[in-house]
Design a protein around this ligand. Structure first.
Ligand SMILES: *Cc1c(COP(=O)(O)O)cnc(C)c1O
Length: 298
């Protein structure tokens, strides 16, 4: 569903947001798209278990747990941080995943870095038996295929499409399905220059760019300005944004409009990739830091 944002910008620039956060109550936004064909593949291969990787507040972990339950598949989450094993109750994401049947394996940060190594996967197979492997963040060929379904015929009117970037799967799907007159702008949620190479693995066109000025210090980092922006955006437009991905992207786009980055009459489509389950976990941290919390509902 596309929702127009009623903010008056100079030069007749218009902003519309695609509410991918609303496509499923628990498997939010792009994680739904990325899992769709992977779930079909797991079934086609007769697998009864999904195994994947993620951090303590991962949208992907929550999504895999719920989608697995819905599809009658067992789920195993390899979680970064072995100190978390007795902190599940205080962590809304892990608690949700566990309640939906996910079995956890907590590993140290050093071990977690081995997640793409053949020997580490073998070790996991010995421990858990056969499984369908979903990579961290869910990005692979089939995930990109799912994300190619985000843009539809009604979106042909937009000349810019903006999205948040984590591992690059979502933007790759958008790039592949974009029309020649459309430019895809990605806003990385983390620091680092490796993302362009990742995206080039999957992207079949070069109608895209990354804007790296709006990560707010890195993955999961947040400040008072961003908190106030997200709360005001909810109040004014009735659209909740998450603090890790979509909040930073929308902040960036509006800031770029004010700096005349976009030509006059640009029609900009923002992709709301979901991630709202992360608000609760972020609020626990904000309370500890005595910062204002994020609201999820008007
Ligand atoms: C995972 C996630 C992203 C990043 O998607 P990638 O395909 O990894 O780039 C963006 N937004 C939200 C809300 C997410 O949960």
């Amino acid at each position: 569903m596309n929702q127009e944002i009623h903010i008056t910008f100079p030069n007749e620039i218009s902003l519309t947001i695609k509410r991918e956060d609303l496509i499923h109550p628990f498997v939010s936004g792009n994680k739904f798209r990325k899992l769709k064909y992977n779930l079909l593949q797991a079934k086609a291969e007769n697998k009864d278990t999904l195994l994947t990787f993620g951090g303590a507040f991962s949208n992907h972990i929550a999504a895999v747990a719920f989608a697995g339950k819905e599809q009658g598949l067992k789920t195993i989450g390899i979680i970064r941080g072995d100190e978390l094993f007795d902190k599940i109750e205080g962590n809304p994401t892990l608690k949700f995943a566990q309640e939906n049947g996910m079995q956890f394996e907590f590993v140290s940060r050093e071990e977690y870095r081995l997640k793409n190594e053949e020997s580490f996967i073998e070790k996991l197979k010995n421990k858990f038996g056969d499984f369908y492997l979903v990579p961290e963040g869910g990005t692979n060929e089939l995930a990109v295929k799912g994300c190619e379904e985000i843009l539809t015929d009604e979106d042909a009117v937009f000349n810019y499409v903006c999205c948040a970037v984590g591992t690059g799967g979502t933007i790759s799907g958008l790039i592949n399905s974009a029309l020649p007159n459309q430019k895809i702008l990605g806003f990385p949620a983390l620091k680092g220059d490796f993302l362009k190479d990742e995206i080039r693995i999957f992207a079949k066109q070069d109608n895209w760019d990354l804007i790296s000025d709006y990560h707010f210090g890195g993955y999961g980092k947040i400040n008072l300005e961003l908190i106030e922006f997200i709360n005001a955006f909810l109040e004014d437009n009735k659209v909740p944004l998450d603090p890790i991905y979509t909040g930073k992207m929308v902040f960036g786009v509006i800031d770029l409009i004010s700096k005349n980055y976009f030509p006059a009459h640009s029609k900009i489509l923002l992709i709301h990739t979901g991630g709202l389950q992360g608000i609760e976990g972020m609020n626990i941290m904000l309370r500890q830091k005595k910062l204002p919390t994020l609201r999820k509902n008007v």
